[in-house]
Design a binder for this molecule. Structure first.
Ligand code: ADP
Ligand code: ASP
Ligand code: MG
Length: 450
């Protein structure tokens, strides 16, 4: 068995949709389980629909038109478009007149529509290509989660339930990515981009031989191609390398994707739906085993906030750090980078929405300074941070073009040298390092393997 996950650009663009269907048909002997995202752009429309002040009547039309147009362009015919409308209208009647933004549970019910519709369309595409298939609602099939709507976490019993749920029935299962449900049947979603995570959860549950993530790039690249157009595919990565890249902004994989794969030691492949013959990236426990070290890729996450708490009393005092982290923990503020000095601690926070209450409490511990509009840049490669000279090289390059480095984290991870710059300097820094570390060369040798 293999898992084949197709993202929004693969299922939402008719030419890619045909490729995706053909790829599944050609692998029928491997017993594929398909996982699909919503059609490209649909989740954004649904997010808008759920927001305060939305023109829900107009958005409802746009959502239906998008599916109808797609069903026509993909040659699936009007019956499928009618099926999509039949599923949507009850949701729309329930929520159209709700005042303000939809509540978290109702919002997830609306967001889930995208994947429920696309799994039906994909199954129809397979049937048209002569492959028996059935749409599977992951929630009904056993992907049970906690009730943190919008960012739900699968429960441990999901694995056994899903293995049974997916096996029950004939034809290729086309499973909805991104969505689950609570034990008492309420709809949940796993966080934006979560279909990759679903693919890995399903793969681990059924003990797949491989998890294939089919997308619009030929693998995990040496940088975000929107920042560095000449970025190249990285042929082999370790779980640790791919996780760090995903966590620090490489959107091609949802940050949690590698966890289920690591638990079961399942290989993950990232492949291009439009160019299926290209080798893509293979992610395994050891990556390039025995190949020494190299910088593989540079990721970057924008919109970061840094918080510095300074206390003159920290000098020779104990308990200061514990108190600071206790406050962050209690307010569910996730901290990424941490640096400390004798009298202060600085941390970066990705999601600043929960920060205000924590800040009010931190004021009682020390002097607090908040800096916004920052970015974390992560230079990733097994063993690279320990390499003598890498940090010197990186910061000399940045200093040469006047980029101020606000925080540095090195040594905490054996795969990642990360640092903080101003948002406005982030793209420039990534481009400069991509070239300066030789990642644009066919064989990034001179610096990366010096
Ligand atoms: P899908 O719809 O297939 O899930 P996503 O848009 O979620 O696709 O992810 C693919 C996109 O991720 C690419 O088109 C690219 O713009 C972005 N991306 C960011 N960093 C990387 C990287 N290092 N390698 C590949 N893609 C990346
Ligand atoms: N459709 C969802 C989103 O756009 C999940 C995914 O694409 O992975 O976030
Ligand atoms: Mg994605």
């Amino acid at each position: 068995m293999i898992v084949m996950k197709f993202g929004g650009t693969s299922v939402g663009v008719p030419a890619n949709f045909d490729n995706a269907v053909a790829l599944v048909r050609d692998r029928a002997a491997l017993a594929p389980v398909v996982v699909v995202s919503a059609l490209h752009g649909v989740t954004n429309l649904l997010v808008d629909y759920a927001a305060a002040g939305a023109d829900r009547a107009a958005l409802s039309r746009a959502i239906l038109d998008r599916h109808a147009q797609f069903a026509r362009d993909a040659g699936l015919g009007d019956t499928h478009a009618a099926g999509v409308a039949e599923r949507w209208m009850p949701l729309h009647s329930r929520h159209a007149a709700a005042p303000g933004a939809l509540g978290a549970a109702a919002r997830d019910e609306v967001l889930a529509f995208g994947e429920l519709a696309s799994s039906g369309l994909f199954a129809a595409g397979l049937a048209r290509a002569g492959v028996a298939a059935r749409a599977v609602d992951a929630g009904e099939a056993g992907l049970v989660t906690d009730d943190r709507f919008g960012e739900a976490q699968p429960l441990p019993e999901s694995a056994a339930l899903l293995a049974r749920g997916i096996a029950a029935g004939d034809g290729v299962p086309v499973v909805t990515g991104f969505i689950g449900r609570t034990l008492d049947g309420r709809r949940t979603t796993l966080g934006r981009g979560g279909s990759d995570y679903t693919a890995a959860i399903v793969g681990a549950a059924i003990g797949a031989a491989e998890i294939q993530i089919w997308t619009d790039t030929s693998g995990m690249l040496s940088a975000d191609p929107r920042i560095v157009p000449e970025a190249r595919p990285v042929p082999r990565l370790s779980f640790a390398e791919a996780s760090e890249l995903a966590y620090f902004g490489a959107r091609v994989l949802h940050p949690k994707t590698l966890l289920p794969a690591m638990d079961r030691d399942l290989p993950v492949r990232v492949l291009n739906t439009a160019r299926p013959d290209e080798p893509g990236s293979l992610v395994t426990a050891h990556g390039d085993s025995g190949d020494g070290w190299s910088v593989k890729s540079i990721a970057c996450k924008k919109g970061i906030t840094a918080v510095t708490i300074a206390s003159t009393r920290m000098l020779l005092a104990h308990g200061f750090l514990a108190r600071v982290f206790e406050v962050f923990g209690r307010h569910h503020v996730v901290v990424d980078l941490v640096t400390t000095s004798e009298v202060s601690i600085s941390v970066t926070v990705d999601d600043a929405s929960r920060l205000d209450d924590a800040l009010a409490e931190l004021e009682g511990i020390g002097r607090v300074e908040v800096r916004r509009d920052l970015a974390v840049v992560a230079v990733v490669g097994e063993g690279a941070p320990q390499r003598i000279g890498l940090a010197g090289h990186v910061f000399t390059l940045l200093g040469g073009v006047g980029v101020a480095v606000e925080m540095i984290s090195q040594g905490a991870s054996r795969v990642n040298l990360s640092f903080v710059v101003r948002d406005a300097d982030a793209d420039k820094s990534v481009r400069l390092l991509h070239r300066g570390l030789g990642l644009d060369a066919e064989h990034p040798a001179h610096v990366a393997r010096a």
